[in-house]
Design a protein around this ligand. Structure first.
Ligand code: GLU
Length: 399
């Protein structure tokens, strides 16, 4: 009955839409927890730190100063000025305030751009593995995701010529995400410049550069695609405060783009969510204006946890591990287990493997299939050391 109501009353667009695998797994873990099952959640990319006090204080001040009205659709001017300073300071990018749009999370910034630019039939190149929601956003607009594959052997990176091979007359956009969710791989300046050089021959292709993990970087210099002079006018730089400042629930993301595109995003946003939350915007100014050393303790801790999880997982036969340079995920190849039955559980693919870990080890991870990498699973190490240790002990014990 339910299914027939869905078919009758919902649009094909929604009926054909896959639920976000990251959020679905987090919801499932929460549900099991509420039933009293002791699940360790390593599915969501969510720092377990508290928000730094200086950011909290800015939020409290905004409340006491009575910031409570609707905000400008594109964001407070003083926040856009802070974003403009941040782009210049960290990324050598010059974006004026009318090229900047503040949104309810970087996710909305990306959705706005895709909705503003992708028409039915347009192709968007995704570099696998890619974050789960890119492909869904493209499909919502009738666009076609075109996937350039990579694997652990190439450290989950693709070359300019591999991308070029997938370009057609319908290619409208390429989405680059470095540091990458889910692999943690970071494209260096040379690799990005090679992609830029190749794209000089394709002047009508736009590049969406998702840099939300910019600061979660273990040593390689971050390089912004828009800082390639020839690419600036057709690159959209997306960032936000969720990951670096442990502000996931505050939902503030932003983009820098050519002015005409920023205007289009404002128009779209003005007809959907309007401006982002007033208190969170004011807190974001404090975050972006702070010296980046103030959050270094979190990056250092993620780096330690990365070493720890690699160490622990390397003791389990069948996990082929990568060594991420950024973000807070490890993305092992677990195809060794395909076709095996373990503990009475038949593992045919990475989704089965992730469900197996949930059911038997009570550890939540995310299937690689959702990221266009069917041999892998994503394990987030944005969790406490105790939880990471306990989770990997449990995983080890079920084999
Ligand atoms: N981006 C995070 C993740 O991949 C948050 C969840 C989501 O919105 O997908 O875990």
């Amino acid at each position: 009955m339910k299914t027939s109501l869905m078919n009758k009353f919902l649009t094909d667009k929604v009926n054909n839409l896959a639920a976000s695998a990251t959020l679905a797994m987090a919801a499932k873990a929460r549900e099991l927890k509420s039933k009293g099952i002791d699940i360790i959640g390593l599915s969501l990319g969510e720092p377990d730190f508290n928000i730094p006090d200086f950011i909290k204080q800015a939020a409290v001040k905004a409340i006491n100063d009575n910031y409570n009205s609707y905000t400008p659709v594109d964001g407070y001017l003083d926040l856009k000025e802070a974003i403009s300073r941040k782009f210049l300071r960290d990324n050598k990018l010059s974006y004026s305030t009318n090229q900047i749009v503040v949104s309810t999370g970087a996710k909305q910034s990306i959705a706005n751009v895709v909705e503003a630019m992708i028409s039915p039939g347009d192709e968007v190149i995704l570099l696998a593995p890619f974050w789960v929601s890119y492909s869904a956003m493209i499909k919502i607009c009738g666009g076609v995701p075109v996937v350039v594959k990579s694997d652990i052997g190439s450290n989950f990176k693709v070359t300019a010529s591999e991308i070029e091979y997938h370009i057609t007359s319908k290619t409208k956009m390429i989405i680059i995400n470095s540091p990458n969710n889910p692999s943690g791989s970071v494209y260096n300046e040379i690799e990005l410049r090679e992609i830029g050089k190749m794209l000089e021959n394709y002047p009508e292709i736009f590049i969406l550069s998702d840099e939300i993990y910019e600061h979660i970087n273990y040593g390689l210099e971050h390089f912004s695609f828009a800082s390639i002079r020839e690419m600036y006018n057709r690159t959209i730089t997306v960032n936000g405060v969720a990951k670096a400042f442990a502000m996931t629930g505050w939902r503030i993301g932003y983009l820098g783009a050519p002015e005409w595109l920023a205007k289009a995003c404002v128009k779209l946003q003005g007809q959907s969510t309007s401006g982002a939350n007033c208190i969170a915007q004011k807190a974001t100014i404090a975050a972006l204006d702070a010296n980046i050393d103030r959050i270094k303790y979190m990056i250092d801790e993620f780096s330690q946890r990365k070493k720890m999880i690699i160490n622990l997982l390397s003791n389990i036969k069948g996990f082929k591990l990568n060594n991420p340079d950024g973000a807070f995920y490890i993305f092992p190849d677990i195809s060794y287990f395909f076709g095996k039955t373990i503990n009475g559980f038949e593992i045919k693919n990475s989704t089965d493997f992730s469900l197996f870990l949930l059911e038997k080890a009570h550890v939540a991870t995310v299937t690689g299939e959702a990221f266009g990498a069917p041999n892998n699973i994503r394990i987030s190490y944005a969790a406490s050391r105790e939880n990471i240790k306990e989770a990997i002990d449990r995983i080890k014990s079920v084999f």
